[in-house]
Design a protein around this ligand. Sequence first.
Ligand code: ZN
Length: 271
Amino acid sequence: MKRLCVHTITTKPLSIEQCIEQFAQRQIRGITVWRQAIEGKDLSHVRRQISESGLEIVSLCRGGFFPAVSTDARQKAIEDNLRAIDQAAAIGAPLIVLVCGAVPGMRLSEARKQIADGIAAVLPAAEQAGVKLAIEPLHPLYADDRSAVNTMAQANQICDLLGSPASLGIAVDVYHVWWDDQLQQQIELTGRTNRLFAFHICDWLTPTTDLLNDRGLMGDGCIDIRQISDWVDATGFNGYREVEIFSNRWWSQDQHDFLDRIVSSYQDLYR
Ligand code: ZN
């Protein structure tokens, strides 16, 4: 349990205050805060509530979405990422997860270039704020409009291209990378280069009924989460295992019961 973290999006119907209270009550140790959950909130107050509850803030989700057709829109994306860096610093989040973005119809090579340029543009501000950035490769089914970075290898290439800055790394999410036949080697490489910043868990349901919001509770799907988790730990990673589940089905149910199930499936996975 000491490495269990839950994302606020996982219990989307709950307010940030309810998330803090309910996570802490169940001995969950970490919380990853989604920006929607803190919109319009006094961030220093949220920071204090989290710290008083005993929870550790693991990361802020999310930045990214860099590619755009117009220069103006690209600039707006950079400004939004700078705002995310300020928010992370204000609530005490050491890391921002980047969903890098893609534009339907834009060549993937162009989108990847714009992603690298966008990250390069915001990295100095992140470094100055003491906030790290983690590229999260997304499953190829999102290559059209959510992320043109779809494999660990591509994420590692961007880190290389930008000169391997210490504040840029990768978030490994089992949902997005479980199918990759290079996964073990890429996790090893990511660990060796000190880029493995975060580890997200959930499960892939068969059949998946919604491309975005039908993720499963650990153990309910086909991903060998424990195997991937062991590869991650073999690199020396000892950070949080973050439960990030987007699910219309779970969001329509009682969130307290859902949290109890998250805890028990986590305990089953790591017994
Ligand atoms: Zn994730």
